[in-house]
Ligand binder design. Structure first.
Ligand code: NCD
Length: 336
């Protein structure tokens, strides 16, 4: 008989010491491995136990999103629910932010409702760190401007690992808008820590030589690096984060950087095609590649749920997780 799930999880989590998940830069390779291993156990458990577990019963997780999201927001919600937790969904539109309430006051208000973890996305780098300083509950960064998106980096690594066994020794190219991509930063930190060779590739206006300081290779021509790549992660051009267009036309960008059928023929036979989404068909990837046999884009989405379940469980229920009770504020003390 296999051991109960909490016994397996507790054993995997022995070295876990974190209260927040803010970035991959500050995690050790061992921390990253713990999250990936916990995610794999949770994938198996949700399959065998009919999807719903009760590992976080009685906990409440708030999604505090100040930027648009499809995948990240819904998968954090689903991850919480699959662990038996309750969720609060907050969007800045329709909230008292429109009445002038600050980011921190808004977060403290939500926390005072008895929340154990806040998942936050905001357009400004450092906002999740700021919340971690001001709140008593755990904070998970779901994207802070162009800075980091740790669960995206982790789900990308899990997807590579599932298809290749390990990321160590692989050549992974991040292609596109490196300058404005939080996915790029989290991928670089995570992949480097686990021993991959990382190439950042795109127009010089979006990929500067400065990236070499992080130990990655910088390239400006996709066709030159393609034959060496085991994995391509195709990043969207984040037009919303730039005042001026970084290249003369989208058509020109697509000619040089879009992954298409012709480029697939010049790639390794077993190349993995990834994208964090949303994808812009015809810009960074053509439909036949996005929907083709090498694409693991939807597997990334599924893995997003497992990684977010793992992160929530580690922060809120693993043996070394701090028991954090949200403190009612003066004005809410009598209401509970
Ligand atoms: C990314 C994001 O929002 O950072 N998407 C995601 O979370 N899956 C990338 C993007 O917006 O292009």
């Amino acid at each position: 008989m296999s051991e109960p799930i909490d016994v397996s999880l507790n054993r995997l989590a022995e070295g876990w010491r974190h209260r927040h998940l803010l970035n991959l830069e500050s995690l050790s390779p061992e921390d990253i491995t713990i999250i990936l291993d916990v995610a794999e156990v949770l994938i198996a458990a949700t399959k065998s136990e009919g999807r719903k577990l009760s590992l976080l019963t009685g906990k409440t997780i708030a999604n505090l999103f100040f930027e648009n999201s499809t995948r990240t927001r819904n998968s954090f919600s689903l991850a919480a629910k699959r662990l038996g937790a309750d969720t609060i969904e907050f969007s800045s539109s329709g909230s008292s932010v429109a009445k002038g309430e600050t980011f921190i006051d808004t977060a403290k208000t939500i926390e005072a409702m008895g929340v154990d973890a806040v998942v936050t996305r905001h357009g400004t780098p450092g906002t999740s760190d700021l919340l971690a300083q001001h709140l008593d509950c755990s904070v998970l960064n779901a994207g802070d401007g162009p800075h980091e998106h740790p669960t995206q980096g982790l789900l990308d690594i899990l997807t590579i690992q599932q298809n290749r066994g390990s990321v160590a020794g692989l050549t992974v190219a991040l292609v596109g808008d490196i300058a404005h991509s939080r996915t790029a930063r989290s991928n670089i930190w995570g992949l480097k820590k686990l021993g991959a060779h990382v190439i950042v590739c795109g127009p010089a206006t979006l990929v500067s030589r400065k990236w070499e300081a992080l130990g990655v290779e910088v390239a400006h021509r996709l066709d030159d690096i393609l034959p060496r790549c085991d994995v391509l992660n195709l990043l969207r051009i984040q037009f919303e984060r730039q005042a001026a267009s970084p290249f003369p036309s989208v058509r020109e960008y697509a000619l040089l950087y879009a992954m298409n059928a012709e480029r697939m023929r010049k790639s390794k036979d077993n190349i993995l095609i990834m994208a964090p989404g949303p994808i812009n068909r015809g810009v960074e990837i053509t439909p036949e590649v996005a929907d083709g046999p090498h694409s693991v884009i939807l597997q990334q989405v599924s893995n997003g749920i497992a990684i977010r379940m793992a992160a929530l469980w580690l922060l809120l229920a693993s043996p070394t997780a701090k028991v954090v009770v949200a403190k009612p504020t003066e004005s809410t003390k009598g209401l509970a």
